[in-house]
Design a protein around this ligand. Structure first.
Ligand code: C5P
Length: 318
């Protein structure tokens, strides 16, 4: 009774932060897309009871604060089952990196435990468990291109776009999301912020233009550039305004991606991961090689459309 799944990462394409809500969270708008980089999570149902988390990465907690632990605990409660659960995380994605790895690991745990127990959850229950654990788990219940609203947990899958090449750079430093939100509050305390409005307008205009032109009806080049059309609307990540001054090297990485020819470069989530979108896989490969030669941890990958996200999830890992 065991199951394994790939936990794919996400990047944020634009992220607009609103005011702090009475519940302490911030309203936000963002576009998430899954990418082809992944961890792998193995879940075993064993005799006895208790949840054990194994991971050889020193910064991954193995206690009840681990997102996979929380996920397993909630799935067992939801199906009314007492069992021992052993979760092993093969960690390749950065910790506190803005790629949603901990969130994706938790979603893999939910799917694997349902499979191992042969007790599927209703999708509404799964969504509730996900939102209960954190704000950016729910996107992984869809994969592909997803609009995030609310505190990020309200997710709206958008029509899939073709995969686009990208380079991901993961600096050594991690960023604490709650601290980044606090810095945003201090920054906007007096001046306020209306980036949510700007984001809404940009995304709405983009959705409208893709709907009007009709994705299938237009030529290859146009389809390839849909995501680039989106970033050309000027959407950006508010977190850059607070994280770059605190960790100046991140701004340098963004500039380096731009110098290497990225059509768009930005930080993902609250960082510290930066990414650049490229027009061809070759350009992305070359940029990653040159950035690696300059001492950065850079890897060429691509965005992962929804169909591939699901097809790849339970494929055996190598
Ligand atoms: O939901 P998640 O675990 O990702 O959030 C971590 C922390 O980040 C929250 O406890 C909260 O302080 C902050 N946060 C926020 N607004 C959001 C998401 C997260 O203030 N929309």
């Amino acid at each position: 009774m065991r199951a394994s799944a790939k936990s794919f990462a996400k990047i944020n394409i634009g992220l607009a932060i609103g005011p702090k809500r009475p519940d302490g969270f911030h309203g936000l708008r963002t576009l998430y897309t899954t990418i082809a980089l992944h961890d792998t999570v193995h879940v075993e149902v064993i005799d006895g009871k208790g949840i054990e988390v194994r991971c050889d990465h020193p910064e991954v907690p193995r206690d009840a604060s681990n997102t996979c632990y929380k996920a397993a605990e909630r799935v067992l409660a939801a199906v009314g089952k007492t069992a021992g659960v052993r979760i092993t995380i093969d960690k390749r994605l950065p910790v506190q990196g803005g790629l949603g790895a901990g969130s994706s690991n938790a979603i893999s745990t939910i799917f694997c435990l349902e499979k191992a127990l042969k007790m599927p959850l209703e999708s509404a229950k799964r969504a509730q468990i996900a939102a209960d654990i954190g704000s950016d788990l729910n996107l992984f219940l869809y994969g592909g291109l997803v609009l995030g609203t609310g505190r990020g947990e309200e997710v709206w899958p958008l029509e899939d776009l073709p995969s686009i090449p990208l380079v991901v750079v993961t600096p050594e430093v991690g960023v604490s999301t709650p601290k980044a939100f606090q810095s945003w509050d201090s920054l906007t305390e007096n001046e306020g912020s209306d980036t949510i409005k700007t984001f809404n307008q940009a995304v709405y205009a983009w959705l409208n233009s893709t709907a009007v032109s009709g994705v299938p009806a237009v030529g290859g080049d146009r389809v390839e550039t849909l995501l680039l059309d989106l970033v050309r609307t000027g959407i950006s990540n508010d977190f850059e305004r607070v994280v770059f001054p605190e960790i100046p090297v991140l701004r340098e990485v963004k500039c380096a991606l731009e110098r290497e020819g990225a059509a768009y470069a930005a930080m993902s989530g609250s960082g510290s991961t930066l990414y650049g979108l490229f027009r061809t896989p070759q350009e992305a490969q070359q940029a990653a090689q040159r950035l690696s030669a300059a001492g950065m941890r850079a890897v060429a990958t691509r965005t992962l459309p929804r169909s591939e996200y699901w097809a790849g999830m339970f494929e055996s890992s190598h």
